[in-house]
Design a protein around this ligand. Structure first.
Ligand code: FE2
Ligand code: FE2
Length: 334
């Protein structure tokens, strides 16, 4: 792992270099902000930068801002080293886009801990990106767009977060659940990769036989995720992904598919997600329908209260109307 150190003081450079090399990192040093920027542009493998706050020319704060403005194509984790104290400075640094801070003189053990949390965050980012790439792959065979995936994960997170404090099933929802539902919602239709073109891409109404084939996207998606779960049984996000993929077309009254599950037999994540997915389908233009307004979509969701949808989720939806509309505005079709 390559770490870029940006500092104009030889002594602190040497200290950092020594500590980092002992920890097994490769170290590159640049003495000022402009050189650091040039280095990052040329070295896509450099994902961690430790920069001094006070430097001539471009200081650490300005450098951080510029790195965030550049489209480097990957995230650079930035740790700022400062002799300044006080919360005001930390806030200033955070606003500029720094991820973490360390004060001078630093202790190698502290540096190690801070780097480790940086690596953890980047691994998370990588798995998030993998999930999204996978979802997009499924989507490449499906007319639903990337904006749809972004919106449904946004609604789902908002619904779960609201229900965490306002609904009778709040004890089932914690921060991990909310994060997992956000992370995996884009995978709901991944099983569509297994559906033949003449069914998946058919512009008109599906025959009964074709609809039976179409329904399989739920079990196909779940089967794929289950096979990943077998090798990583403790990955809670995979369980949530599997539940959503398998049960997002179940209906609260038991008339859905693939298994006709009823009420709370349907996993909570899927009950939440189905409101998000149906709402988005309603407000979007599809081959077979035009886009409905928010109000029409809302009344249709309300019609499904207790039959298609769990009433607790519908209640959360009604409380979050403005949030839904904001997500629609910010995640519009390209
Ligand atoms: Fe689906
Ligand atoms: Fe969908």
């Amino acid at each position: 792992m390559n770490v870029l150190v940006v500092d104009d003081e030889i002594l602190s450079v040497e200290l950092l270099k020594q500590a980092l090399t002992t920890m097994g990192y490769q170290v590159s040093v640049r003495e000022n902000g402009s050189e650091a920027l040039a280095y990052l542009r040329d070295h896509g493998d450099c994902r961690i930068m430790i920069t001094d706050w006070e430097m001539p020319d471009i200081d650490g704060l300005e450098l951080t801002r510029r790195v965030r403005q550049e489209s480097l194509g990957h995230y650079v984790y930035i740790i700022m080293v400062t002799s300044r104290g006080g919360t005001a400075n930390v806030v200033e640094g955070l606003e500029a886009g720094a991820d973490d801070f360390m004060s001078k003189p630093f202790h190698p053990a502290e540096l190690e801990v801070r780097l480790r949390s940086g690596l953890r965050l980047m691994a998370l980012e990588a798995s998030n990106m993998t999930i999204f790439a996978l979802a997009k792959l499924a989507e490449s065979r499906d007319p639903e767009t990337g904006a749809h995936l972004e919106r449904v994960r946004g609604y789902s997170r908002a619904l779960a977060a609201h229900m965490a404090s306002n609904s009778p099933c709040r004890h089932e929802i914690d921060a991990t659940f909310i994060e997992n539902i956000y992370l995996t919602a884009p995978l709901h239709d991944i099983g569509k990769v297994a559906i033949p073109d003449h069914v998946l891409l058919k512009p008109g109404r599906l025959t009964d036989a074709e609809f039976e084939i179409m329904k399989r996207h739920t079990t196909e998606g779940a089967a794929t995720l289950n096979s990943v779960l077998e090798v990583a049984p403790h990955a809670s996000f995979l369980k949530v992904a599997r539940d959503i993929a398998l049960c997002h077309h179940e209906r609260y009254d038991g008339t859905g598919y693939p298994r006709g599950l009823k009420g709370t037999d349907i996993p909570l994540s899927a009950r939440i997600f189905s409101v998000a997915d149906v709402y988005d389908a309603l407000i979007s233009k599809r081959v077979y329908k035009s886009a409905f307004s928010h109000d029409v979509a809302k009344s249709l969701i309300m019609e499904g209260d207790g039959t298609q949808f769990d009433s607790q989720v519908v209640a959360a939806f009604l409380a979050l109307e403005t949030t839904f509309q904001t997500i629609v505005k910010t995640q519009a079709e390209p």
